[in-house]
Design a protein around this ligand. Structure first.
Ligand SMILES: Cc1cc2nc3c(=O)[nH]c(=O)nc-3n(C[C@H](O)[C@H](O)[C@H](O)COP(=O)(O)O)c2cc1C
Length: 182
């Protein structure tokens, strides 16, 4: 089995642990993670000039029920990263099945991502995508640098719900729940 093979390769490095040096390539790592089906979100905030900014992110999960905490993992190379750190708050917009184009748009580094995408500013001054399946407004309570990403832990201050079905990402492709209509 392929996974056994990869594990055996790692064990073959004498004196080094997988943590210090791994033989798993980025492509292999991405491919393995791609087998974990996720929803798709746009994590948004405003920069120092009040301009909305954001990125497509699937590394989003709940952390705690009481208090209500979630996390998102953001690449240090992301153009949105400085604003997310400095602003100290962010919104998680959970995308609907018919929002694949929005996901693709926010997965680029263009500066005009919000142009033509319906959104509004919330009372917490966060840009919320109007057509999202759900929106969670968060205040950042801690940040943790891990490798080339930072984990932003946010306390959920406000939630909003839309209707429809979720956009799904699986093995590098967009998909939707079987039998579900958007
Ligand atoms: C389905 C999908 C999920 C993604 N998930 C993440 C993620 O969780 N964290 C991250 O930093 N980038 C993620 N990305 C990549 C960013 O969206 C991409 O690098 C984007 O260009 C960043 O935009 P920015 O540089 O303008 O901030 C994902 C991309 C796609 C298509």
């Amino acid at each position: 089995m392929e996974s056994t093979h990869i594990y055996a390769q790692n064990l073959a490095i004498s004196g080094l642990t997988c943590y210090i040096k791994t033989v798993i390539s980025s492509d292999e790592f991405r491919r393995a993670l791609g087998h974990f089906a996720t929803g798709v979100t746009v994590v948004s905030t405003c920069d120092g000039d009040g301009r909305p900014t954001g990125l497509t992110a699937s590394a989003f999960t709940s952390v705690s029920l009481d208090p209500p905490l979630v996390l998102v993992c953001v690449d240090h190379k992301s153009q949105s990263y400085p604003a997310l750190l400095e602003r100290g708050r962010f919104a998680v917009n959970v995308l609907r099945a018919d929002q694949e184009a929005v996901s693709r748009r926010f997965a680029t580094t263009r500066l005009d991502k919000f142009d033509g995408v319906p959104f509004h500013m919330s009372p917490l001054a966060l840009p919320l995508l109007d057509d999202a399946l759900a929106q969670l407004e968060c205040v950042t309570v801690s940040t943790h640098v891990e490798g080339d990403h930072t984990i932003l832990v946010g306390r959920v201050e406000c939630v909003h719900f839309g209707s429809g079905q979720p956009l799904v990402y699986y093995r590098g492709r967009y998909d939707r729940l079987s039998g579900a209509s958007a």
